[in-house]
Design a protein around this ligand. Sequence first.
Ligand SMILES: N[C@@H](CCC(=O)N[C@@H](CS)C(=O)NCC(=O)O)C(=O)O
Length: 219
Amino acid sequence: MRPVLYSHPFSSYCQKVLTALYENGTDFDTRMLGPEDPSAYQDLCSMWPVKRFPILIDGEKRVFESSIVIEYLDQHYPGPVKLIPDDADTALDVRMMDRFFDNYVSIPQQKVVFNAIRPEENRDPYGVQEARDMLDAAYGWLDQRMADREWAAGGAFSLADCAAAPALFYADWTHRIGEQFAHVRAYRNRLLARPSFARAVDEARPYRPFFPLGAPDRD
Ligand SMILES: N[C@@H](CCC(=O)N[C@@H](CS)C(=O)NCC(=O)O)C(=O)O
């Protein structure tokens, strides 16, 4: 039996897992979370009351959290690309960078987007400014880190890059990565050129009109 991913193509955390799946050509089925099949979302909510996706179902096993889904795939469906390195210290570096991209790029990016879709009276300009400041701090730190690296950690494409790809993709749409962060921009371009992530981006193209801040005409 193949694992089943509850997923939507336009979701950044789903793209993170899809990138991992495509890297290794892993066979899986999708339950698409969308208006075409409301039962998929109902099933997700009954399994995971926090209602966040993606989740992976593999037989009796339910795996939540994109990073842990990728760890699970690495253990149970290994392929030619080792997304968690065998060396323990290198694996720590990979996990550290995965946390960096989720906590300090994706989360503030989503904060700005979610604020935009709230009713006017519930908007939070202070929180949005904090999120934008966090993105600038993250871009600055990452720019130095990426000055002499191709990938985020360990010298090869890994879990950390699966996290980085959609995080930087949408962060740039939300809060532009300035020209001064040339190493971050170059890294984002390398991620966009990676066939696994390019495929995830292509599959999500039809949903671009739904991007709340207006999708830019690029990428
Ligand atoms: N920490 C979670 C975050 C997942 C997450 O926030 N997913 C978004 C989609 S990109 C979601 O479920 N949004 C639904 C909502 O906010 O109601 C993970 O890594 O899987």
